[in-house]
Every structure is written in structure tokens, then in C-alpha cells.
Design a binder for this molecule. Structure first.
Ligand SMILES: *Cc1c(COP(=O)(O)O)cnc(C)c1O
Length: 377
């Protein structure tokens, strides 16, 4: 039986009637960009996340870029972000003209190491961007304490973690800005590109709202240079169908994670040859990914091939830490400077965890991983 890493079709097919009704409403309205559908979805998101402002945005990447622009970050500024993350986190920093300064991550959570970030603060540091990688919040209490002391802003890259919590509060509500992605493989998956920007600050919200639409206020009068970061009405209408189901999807991901961990914990060499992901106390983990670590040269690739030969999908998020990307060579940071990021990039492997994964499919993954371990690989 083939087990894909991810399959969006069962989730969307089950909702086909509601999605088609939402599409028909937008079709009949003739309003396709922003407008009442987007406003309705924004209100729904703000209430769900417990934030004052939620802005529908064209993508998660654009939400990050817009947050940086609203904070007036640009040439001469530095923004600290983890090296072990998706490219967009640092790509957006570079696009503003600011310098991304990479910090290391913790091997147990895959998330920003606050002590390491602290060492990299300079008078030019304007913001720190933690990433809630794989669906689990970075240590926001420690980070906020650090940034308050230094007068540095915080933007949460919550693109992988919609619905996640820390201390009972939603990610994206724990700092100056939260950026979310609704790319189809994220826990709340759109039907194309879509994103969200959240803040509790009225002035920042107003500025971001103007910048989302070329900085125009009123129309055709531009106080600042913004961009087109607007959300389509059709994405908002379709996402509004799925948002009320998000916590249920996350519960199914969490029970898949629990079941993997129960089985894998019994394997020989667990903790050394096969390291399992964990949720920290106080965190509501959304399990966008269940990511194994396989220390030892070539062992991650060996498991990936073993699973592929059994038609089990996997992915490496991410094979190259950002400090080692060709485009960031001028930043001048090395593996020796960011040892955990460099190590994790060679060890991580994500396996199927999506909510609609069947028990039989999961059994297949569990059996295949167990056989790999039993074969002494
Ligand atoms: C998906 C993702 C983004 C970008 O989101 P898009 O909607 O694809 O632009 C940014 N950061 C992280 C960590 C992501 O996983």
C-alpha cells in the first residue's frame, strides 16, 4: 500500500459541498479581492487566535515581508532568525535590505535557541524572528524577556503552526506580529497561496493594512511604498469553511504522533540511533510534521530509500541550513558557528502525519521503520 507523505484530497473531498457553495457565493458576488468575504474570514481568525487584528494576506512569505516593512526594517538593520528553517524566513529579511543574522536552534525542539540569539544582538538588531517549526512554539517567554530588555521587536514565523499554543495562548498572539501561511500542505490549507498577519498593536495594524495595498490612503495617494499583499475573496471564503475544523485536524495529527511515539519508543537504539520528536510542557503542538532524527553519516538517506522502496513518502525539511545557502554566502556564517543547525540538516526526516492518514497506512510506516531498525541499519 502506498503511503503518501501528504494528501489533501480526502480532507477537501469530504467538504466538497460546502466548498462549492462558498465558491458559488464568491462567483455570484463579483468581488474577488478583499471585500466582505475577506473581512469575515479576518474576524473569524482574530477571534479564534485571540488577537485584536488579523489581516488576510497573499501568502505566508508576504505576511513576513509585510511585518518587516511595517516595522520599517531596512538597510543597516539586522534581524536575527534561526538558520534551520524554511528559506522565506530569512529571504524576506534580505528583501528589505536588512541583514539576516543566523542563530542556532535547540536539537530537542528544532526551534530558536534563545541564549544563542542573545549572544548575537548588536546595536543594529531591530527584530528577532522565531519560527515555530513543525508546528511547535519556540520558547516565547524567554525570548520576550530578552527582547523587552533590548528594545527589539519580535515577529513570529507561525507559518507551520496555525492553531498551536503556548501557555494556553495561540501562537501569532505572543509578540508584535504573527505571520501564518495557508499553503496547501500547512495545517489550514488553502486552494492556492494565502496567508495571514496578526498583531495586537492598533498602529502597526493600520500601517500594515495600508502597506498591503501599495501604502495607498486614500486611493491613489501614497504616504509610503507598499506592495500588493492582498488576499483573494475566494481563498477567504474557502478557508472560512475549514477554519472551524482546524482543531479537529490537529487532534488527529496529535493522535498519529502519539501512536508513532508509542511504537518507536520500544525500538532498540531509540534516543541514540533514532531520535523522536517531543512536545515541550506547556506547548500545544500542531504536528505539521513528525520529524525523526537519524544521526550517523548516510543513515537518514538509508531510511529514506528504505521507505521509498516501500512506497512510503518522506521529506527532508530542510537539507541545507540557511547560513550555508549560496545567496547568503556574504553573511559569512559557518557550520562551526551554527553547529546544531548544520547537524540537524543532515539528520532530519519527516514521515506521513496528515489527519486523514489511515490506521492501516500508519501501521505500514511503523512496520517499515521497525524493520529498518531491526535490520541494524
Ligand atoms: C510555508 C512557510 C513559509 C512561507 O509561506 P508561503 O505561504 O509558502 O509563502 C514561511 N516560513 C515557514 C517556516 C514556512 O513553513
Amino acid at each position: 500500500m502506498a503511503v503518501p507523505l501528504f494528501d489533501i484530497k480526502p480532507q477537501n473531498n469530504a467538504l466538497a459541498a460546502d466548498l462549492q457553495a462558498a465558491f458559488a457565493r464568491v462567483l455570484a458576488s463579483g468581488q474577488f479581492i478583499l471585500g466582505p468575504e475577506v473581512q469575515g474570514f479576518e474576524r473569524q481568525c482574530a477571534e479564534y487566535l485571540g488577537v485584536r487584528h488579523a489581516l488576510g494576506i497573499s501568502s505566508g512569505t508576504d505576511a513576513i515581508l509585510l511585518a518587516l516593512m511595517a516595522l520599517e526594517i531596512g538597510p543597516g538593520d539586522e534581524v536575527i532568525c534561526p538558520s534551520f528553517t524554511f528559506f522565506a524566513t530569512a529571504g524576506c529579511v534580505a528583501r528589505t535590505g536588512a541583514k539576516p543574522v543566523f542563530c542556532d536552534v535547540r536539537a530537542d525542539t528544532f526551534n530558536l535557541d534563545v541564549a544563542d540569539a542573545a549572544r548575537r544582538i548588536t546595536p543594529r538588531t531591530k527584530a528577532i524572528m522565531p519560527v515555530h517549526l513543525y508546528g511547535q512554539a519556540a520558547d516565547m517567554a524567554a525570548l520576550n524577556e530578552l527582547t523587552h530588555k533590548h528594545g527589539v521587536k519580535v515577529i513570529e514565523d507561525a507559518c507551520q503552526a496555525v492553531g498551536g499554543t503556548q501557555g494556553g495562548r495561540h501562537v501569532g498572539s505572543l509578540s508584535d506580529f504573527g505571520a501564518f501561511s495557508f499553503f496547501p500542505t500547512k495545517n489550514l490549507g488553502a486552494f492556492g497561496d494565502a496567508g495571514l498577519l496578526t498583531t495586537n498593536d492598533d498602529a502597526l495594524a493600520e500601517r500594515a493594512t495600508l502597506l498591503r495595498n501599495h501604502g495607498a490612503h486614500p486611493k491613489y495617494f501614497h504616504k509610503f511604498v507598499g506592495g500588493n499583499f492582498r488576499l483573494d475573496a475566494v481563498q477567504a471564503a474557502l478557508l472560512a469553511v475549514k477554519l472551524p475544523l482546524l482543531d479537529g485536524f490537529a487532534q488527529r495529527r496529535a493522535s498519529n504522533a502519539t501512536r508513532y511515539t508509542e511504537h518507536f519508543s520500544k525500538l532498540p537504539g531509540v534516543g541514540t540511533k533514532l531520535i523522536l520528536p517531543t512536545a515541550q510542557p506547556g506547548n500545544g503542538h500542531t504536528w505539521n510534521q513528525y520529524t525523526l532524527r537519524l544521526p550517523g553519516s548516510g543513515r537518514r538517506e538509508a531510511l529514506r530509500e528504505w521507505l521509498a522502496s516501500r512506497q512510503i513518502g518522506t521529506e527532508i525539511y530542510y537539507p541545507v541550513p540557511l547560513h550555508a545557502q549560496a545567496c547568503f554566502a556574504s553573511v559569512g556564517q559557518t557550520d562551526a558557528d551554527l553547529p546544531v543547525s548544520a547537524r540537524l540538516a543532515g539528520e532530519v526526516l519527516s514521515i506521513p502525519i496528515f489527519p486523514e492518514l489511515t490506521r492501516a497506512q500508519q501501521d505500514e510506516v511503523i512496520a517499515a521503520v521497525s524493520e529498518f531498525v531491526a535490520a541494524g541499519k
